[in-house]
Design a binder for this molecule. Sequence first.
Ligand code: C5P
Length: 228
Amino acid sequence: MTTRQPVVAIDGPAGSGKSTVAQLLARRAGLQFISSGAMYRAVALTALREGTAAMSPERLAAIAAALPIRFTTDAAGTVRTWLGDEDVTDALRRTDVTEVAAVIAKIPAVRAHLVARQRAYGAEGGIVMEGRDIQTVVFPDAEIKVFLDASAEERATRRWKELRAAGSPESYATVLADVRARDRSDRERAVAPLHAAPDAITLNTDGLSIDAVVAKLQEIVEAWRTPR
Ligand code: C5P
């Protein structure tokens, strides 16, 4: 018999660094990593490829139900997302996919199918999953729940620096307005709005490096693993 490993449920606003941090935590703590956002993005990518006819709630729910998604880890330790035999990791980051994902994530039938799959991934424990409703809806009984927060200004600064490094001309004010709009959309939506579960550990990452955040999370996992 092997000891059960924890489900680590991590939520937070866009740009809080949760994807990077959750992936590193999973690798260092020997747990599997799943990005639930990649699943919403994969539904969006499939719908975009099928064209406008795919945008009815019924068709989107059918796409979510039959999504041929799987995750692998490459030699560098980066998680890759696949749809059938196609590596869609990079395609999922496209701006049009991001925009459509935010819309389809509001459809209850799409969420129901994806939530069922997310629960199946975590049924045996040993997983780090990040998203918006993981500690509240998907795994309300997760062994470890974390809400990773950061101020809108800090998240906009991080994003603006990334864009500038990539040669994009957006002003800081535009990026900050985008961050605030995405926050409103995530926090104020009717289904599965983003919020911290009452029993979650909230970590504010303002001014903290990625390594410092991962180290804090590793401490939390190790404390859980230490017999009381
Ligand atoms: O985290 P990421 O930006 O990849 O999420 C893509 C989209 O899916 C976002 O619009 C987000 O609000 C939505 N999402 C969600 N529930 C989750 C994860 C992501 O509604 N658990």
